[in-house]
Design a binder for this molecule. Sequence first.
Ligand SMILES: [Mg+2]
Length: 228
Amino acid sequence: MKTLLAFDSDGVLRDESVSYQRCIIETVAFFDKGMPASIKELEVSMKQSNDDWERTHKILQQRGIKIDFLTVKEKFQDLYLGKNRDFSGYINDEPWLADNKLLAQLAEKYLLVIISGAPREEVEYTLKRNGALHHFSLILGMSDCEGKKDGLEKVMAQFKPQNVFFCDDRPLPIRQAKAVNHVRLYGILPPQNINEWAAVLQEAGAEQIFRNVNDYCRFVLDCKRNHR
Ligand SMILES: [Mg+2]
């Protein structure tokens, strides 16, 4: 029986929250006389968009700064990846959340893939930096698929697995994945510790919630063992 495990990247395998936030704060300061984005602005923008380039642009617009989206995105990426896009920026500060030994055990038995809303090069770089790239058979990034449903359909068409497990830390991706038949959905709590988040993920359709990706990996290893 071929089983495929589809992982989300951000908030599940890597903690991108601090580095992204730092880019937003500093990009806003750069375009508005050194005034960084405030906690309040960050909170409000989080409700308006999941896309951190959009969030940065919105904060500036709401301050009355007239600037186009692409200019904002370029500055953000200067900070995140370095001016020459050589991965020398804040991407290097992101904590790795997965225990590679568990990933190795899973990869011995199952197909591991990543379906991410982030650019694929950034996900690959992070995996390489943390010595985990070789565990994954395929990585789909933001320009490889339109959302999680499309991503899941693509990997299922390619690998034709009998069982598919999907995990994510956000409600929208879980809802999208729910539209694909025969996929088991699991929620992973993101490292930021957001209040009531387990209920949010459960409500979106996750059948079980885990404290972190390593608890989830152990669960998959155990539940597969028990089914043999
Ligand atoms: Mg995520």
